[in-house]
Design a protein around this ligand. Structure first.
Ligand code: FAD
Ligand code: MG
Length: 279
């Protein structure tokens, strides 16, 4: 998934179970694999997909609705236009952004529940599950671990974390990186919970002294710029944590905090410029 996956457990079977499950999800959902269901759907614009792919696209559309459009998997054409897909970064002209925005909007995703068919209303619309699929992959891995009877494990898939059970009777400790300097700003103590962090300090490029990061505001077509630099979401499952962290990053502190309140058992830690806010 273009990142590392780290597994900590006293059970020797845990790592191979997690790696196999993450690989399976990657094969299904990666836009970097031309054979994946997501790539085939993006190429054709209409495809009957597996129940799992249908589920994650349906959930994505629910987060789009709940976040008032801030979370939107149809940002794929914008991600490509700005060069984040191939890492050939580029600041587009206004006109190019305007044209690309015609392809963006999860209202253009039509879900046919009866036969798991996904259809795009507009030619050229594409989806990118980069903001939600790692969280889902972690959830799938946790289910497999539980089925294998493993009760204690920490999974870190490129910053998407799940703490299964505890560590010798103590909660797992997860540090939150300081986005502005080396070191940690805070740490969490967790059992049977997921954590995801979204920020603009790891994937970005600089052009003429301006920083452009990989999380987009689907309404403007530009990288999201709000009052936050990092959002950490603690949730019962990885999918929710992953999607909400991205959505709240786009919405900013006030609207993001309101969104989080719609979800039970969700906690948010927002780092503003030179400030930590606990909610
Ligand atoms: P998050 O905040 O969770 O997600 C940000 C990403 O979501 C952006 O990079 C963009 O792709 C998308 N996005 C941007 N704005 C929005 C928005 N408003 N709403 C919804 N989504 C948005 N990277 C590689 O370099 N090579 C690979 O082969 C590769 N394979 C991958 C396979 C899978 C299955 C997945 C899930 C990811 C893969 N990636 C790969 C990484 C991916 O492209 C992103 O870098 C990564 O998912 C970003 O995650 P994050 O936790 O940093 O940020
Ligand atoms: Mg995310």
């Amino acid at each position: 998934m273009g990142t590392f996956v780290e597994v900590t457990s006293f059970d020797k079977k845990a790592a191979s179970i997690v790696f196999a499950e993450v690989k399976r999800i990657e094969n299904l959902l990666s836009k970097y694999n031309s054979e994946s269901e997501v790539s085939r759907l993006n190429n054709i614009g209409k495809l009957t997909v597996s129940p799992e792919t249908f589920y994650i696209i349906k959930k994505s559309k629910e987060f789009w609705q709940a976040s008032n459009g801030a979370f939107d998997i149809t940002v794929a054409p914008l991600v490509e236009l700005w060069g984040f897909r191939d890492k050939k970064y580029y600041v587009p002209q206004e006109e190019e952004i305007k044209n690309t925005l015609n392809l963006v909007g999860s209202d253009k995703i039509i879900l046919h529940d009866s036969d798991n068919m996904i259809e795009f209303e507009t030619l050229g619309t594409k989806i990118d599950l980069g903001a939600i699929a790692k969280g889902y992959a972690v959830d799938c891995a946790v289910n497999k671990l539980k089925k294998a009877g493993i009760k204690s494990c920490l999974i870190n898939a490129g910053g998407q974390i799940y703490c299964l059970g505890d560590k010798f009777g103590q909660p797992w400790k997860v540090a939150i990186q300081d986005p502005q300097k080396d070191g940690f700003i805070d740490y969490l103590e967790l059992k049977n919970q997921a954590v995801a962090t979204s920020g603009d300090y790891e994937q970005y490029f600089i052009k003429e002294n301006k920083r452009y990061a990989h999380i987009f505001n689907p309404k403007t077509g530009y990288p999201a710029e709000s009052d936050v630099i990092s959002v950490t979401v603690i949730a019962p499952d990885g999918l929710t944590a992953d999607a909400l962290a991205t959505a709240i990053f786009v919405l900013g502190k006030a609207k993001g905090t309101e969104l989080a309140k719609k979800f039970s058992e969700v906690k948010v830690k927002i780092i503003e410029k030179n400030n930590v806010q606990n909610n």
